[in-house]
Design a protein around this ligand. Sequence first.
Ligand SMILES: C=C(O[C@@H]1C=C(C(=O)O)C=C[C@H]1O)C(=O)O
Length: 436
Amino acid sequence: MQPDYFSTTSSTTEFYNRTGKPSASHLWETAQLLGFPAALWRLPNKQDKHLIVSFDEVLPRVSADLDELPAGFLISPFDNLASTAPTNMSFGSTLGNSISTESLFLRADIQASFSEPADKREVAIKINAPAGEFQQVLREQMAIQTPEKTAQAVTPLSDPDAQAAYVRNVAHAVEAMQRGEFRKVVLSRTKQVHFTDAPDAVALFDKLCTAYPTAFISAVSIPERGQIWISATPERLVSVDADGIFRTASLAGTQSAFDADGTLKRPAEAMWSQKEIEEQALVSRYIIECFKKIRLREYLEEGPKTVIAGNLMHLSTYFTVDTQAVRYPQLGTVMLRLLHPTSAVCGMPRDVAFNFIGRHETHDREFYSGFLGPVNVNTDNEGAESDLFVHIRCMKLEGNMATLYAGAGLTEDSVPEREWVETEMKCQTLLQVMMN
Ligand SMILES: C=C(O[C@@H]1C=C(C(=O)O)C=C[C@H]1O)C(=O)O
């Protein structure tokens, strides 16, 4: 069968005849060996896993335009404004109506889908560019017996000053909010983890898929930066499905999903403080303000509801728009530009919070709290869809080291030590799975 996009240079059958049925690991490892970027993902509440390999060793920087981009995988940094922005600003530039051109795009030169369960796995592959070299290396990879991996030690590195520095930053933010400078800001921190050997990204991805069925799970390899980003995010930013249904959600407020005795709480029984209810309402208000800017009134709003996100619970409100009924086919792209960065990862008002983050955080967020996901990808032959998620509960792998990122939404009522504990819990989402 011919893929319905791009020119096809080789069919799936031809590919199999030459290589056999590869696994996700075979394709991923081949991409790694050749220095090709790759993205692996699994959508929330879905079984199938998907992989894209791009033959662009240096990825194109694009504008996140869902109406223009071909099939592929987009990954955008938190600060995604064009680097032509004035250079005398300490942290990017002011946010506004400027068009971002800093998202990295992995074109779907090879696209594979792996249906689950693993013992009855079907593999579907589309090849959209000349893949001779890739197939050659893939064949070699498939002929190699991969040795059993020995269990390896995963050690979080202690940073004795980290807590005090974070608490101090939060206290500054709270003072600024009490002075009325802004209403909400999300301050983040990092945590370093050391592995005895470079970890197996595909094995970790598989473990996360099993542990967190409702999350968007991804692993993205960016060879030009020597990085692999892995995440299990609960937060949808923008989706547009094959029927033109647009979806976004506001997510905020955090508590452990477990009681003190370790039993899983029932979402319906979760108690939320005034501070958390207001914090999440600010994110919903922010989304509604974006709809107002484009004079869109026909949206469906459901929530807030308590949702489970791995070891945590959050409050979430869901927004849906039928873009065909409202005759707004570009809504996904327009909302993406208006929404990012939402007050779930930045703050309110957005520009003031963004600049506060730039002045107070000592690390570069890079792709943490940006967004990522498949764009215009047809995974189940029902038509192309785009699913972009906020890049949280994520880590950056560089050789034997991982950097975990976590942030907490602050308001004038925040207690600095509690916000530190919240970031620790957020780091546990990935750490727990890595250490088991
Ligand atoms: C910023 C993060 O998470 C966001 C902040 C939340 C909060 O402040 O309660 C909750 C969910 C996310 O929207 C993160 O996980 O790093």
